[in-house]
Write a protein that binds this ligand. Structure first.
Ligand code: SF4
Length: 493
């Protein structure tokens, strides 16, 4: 879609809205020529206490002009947010007029659509007022607004558990047995990069030890630990033992409430590895079948069957971890609403206390896009999710966190469901940006969060295992930045 911005430069929010409302349309900044049939002119005029936005839009020949007036007040920062909201609102309303479609999350385009609910509740608004805010200000559908109310309230509960010295720790293992068709993650197939694993584990252990010293010096507490990837269980039992031993030896875990390890792929789960996890007090194991349909498993490049998942689940069960999660994806290549139903029903039979239902996100560099694999329509994905939610509720699960990604099928969401008090707090901390996350390993993204504010800084580890292993100075520099961040906060007090 050709975009012309007049009187402002709110490119980011316009592009986000474009992607959400017109999937597949890319922004193009060129003059509109006679005969062009897909374009939008977004104009903004500002007065002292008000701004006026006009969107003239033409989509595949169908035109719709729309205007919005919006009040401006407060600090420059607040006015900037209000101006941005007016632009997004006007663009959304024009798009809705043309397409006749209201996306499930209305005009919300961010990763955390329940954030406005958390803020509203924190300000003392009632749940009903918070829900109305989503429906009336952001045009969220009543079903999604009710969902956001549950997860937004959980985020507020999580925030109350933390104090300013609390952090969470993440360790990344960027290796997998094979590459899944939907993956764009920098994960290396172990078959092809076997020789990289031992030096990677050594470098990782050094980084963990240095990080542990820094955290102690800063007087910080690790409240939650998560080991993800990739697939951490591609490591051997001895390598996993070495990494977890380094972690335990470097951090005071007296206040660490949970230790989660992803054992994503059933073909990496062995009795020896489960015994190592059990011996290290792991409180949650996450097995991620994504589907229980053999033809879908083949289509996404998994070299195992649904029967292997069942065998792996039986094995995991024997070790009696306090919590077990299973990840599923709605919208995988070759899947159908019937197939997804069968998958969910078979997963529920395992009786795990956590189930995470993702919606397929089309990622650049994934085989789905590169090879043009056939995926279910947004309507079929909607059918899958419409089946999942009531069934999970009937089985005693409730949603405890949700997030969205770019290019999701049907513009839906990923939801973590749990029974009783089985929520993975790490997931809430990271998604709601409630505390700093210190990340170890290649591609690790360390987030520094000033407690109780929106001030966040980030540093990133080197992306590829080889460069990560060869240049430990980058990790040390990141840890120095982390320490400096907390030193500055102490100075500010
Ligand atoms: S298991 Fe996860 S990280 Fe590994 S290839 Fe599949 S999607 Fe990517």
């Amino acid at each position: 879609m050709k975009l012309i911005l007049k009187g402002h430069d709110e490119r980011y929010i316009v592009e986000q809205s474009l992607m959400a409302l017109f999937p597949g349309e890319l922004p193009v900044y060129e003059e509109i020529q006679p005969g062009d049939d897909t374009w939008a002119v977004i104009s903004l005029r500002e007065e002292t206490d008000r701004c006026h936005v006009t969107v003239e839009m033409c989509y595949q020949g169908k035109a719709a002009p729309y205007s919005v007036g919006w009040p401006l007040s407060g600090t420059d920062f607040e006015r900037e947010g209000q101006r941005r909201h007016a632009v997004a609102r006007c663009f959304f309303l024009a798009a809705r007029e043309i397409t006749g479609v209201t996306p499930p999350w209305g005009m919300l385009t961010g990763v955390r659509p329940d954030k406005p609910v958390t803020w509203a509740l924190a300000e003392g608004k009632t749940p009903q007022q918070a829900k109305e805010l989503l429906e009336q200000t952001y045009f969220v559908t009543p079903e999604r607004a009710a969902l956001a109310l549950e997860t937004g309230a959980k985020a507020l509960e999580a925030a109350k558990k933390l104090d300013k010295n609390d952090i969470a720790v993440y360790i990344g293992i960027p290796f997998c047995p094979t590459r899944c068709a939907y993956c764009s993650f920098v994960s290396h197939s172990v078959e092809r990069s076997f020789s990289l694993v031992p030096p990677y584990v050594e470098a990782l252990i050094e980084e963990i030890r240095a990080g542990g010293r820094m955290v102690k010096e800063q007087g910080l507490r690790c409240r939650a630990f998560y080991m993800g990837g990739g697939t951490p269980t591609t490591l051997t039992a001895q390598q996993m033992d070495a990494v977890l031993t380094a972690f335990e030896g470097s951090f005071d875990l007296a206040d660490c409430e949970e230790i989660t390890v992803e054992a994503g792929r059933p073909d990496t789960i062995t009795p020896e590895k489960m015994a190592v996890l059990k011996a290290h007090g792991v409180t949650r194991v996450s097995v991620n079948p994504q589907t229980m349909e053999d033809h879908v498993l083949r289509a996404i490049g998994r070299h195992h069957t649904a029967g292997d998942i069942e065998a792996a689940m039986e094995l995991v069960k024997r070790y009696d971890f306090p919590h077990v999660n299973m990840d599923l994806i709605a919208g995988l290549p070759e899947d159908s609403p019937e197939g997804f139903r069968r998958t969910l029903d078979r997963c529920l039979a395992f009786g795990t206390d956590n189930v995470t239902v993702h919606t397929l996100a089309l990622k650049k560099g994934s085989r789905i896009l590169l090879e043009g694999l056939k995926i279910p329509t947004p309507e079929a994905v909607a059918e899958m999710l419409d089946y999942a939610a009531p069934v999970l509720r009937r089985e005693g699960y409730r949603p405890y966190y949700l997030y969205r990604q770019k290019y999701m099928s049907g513009s839906f969401e990923n939801i973590g469901w749990c029974r009783g008090d089985a929520e993975c707090w790490y997931n809430i901390y990271i998604m709601s940006e409630l505390c700093s996350i210190l990340s170890f390993g290649a591609g690790g993204s360390t987030k520094m969060v000033e407690f109780g504010t929106n001030h966040i800084e980030r540093v990133f580890n080197l992306k590829y295992p080889k460069e990560y292993t060869e240049r430990p100075e980058k990790c040390l520099a990141n840890q120095a930045a982390f320490a400096a961040f907390y030193e500055t906060l102490k100075g500010d007090m």
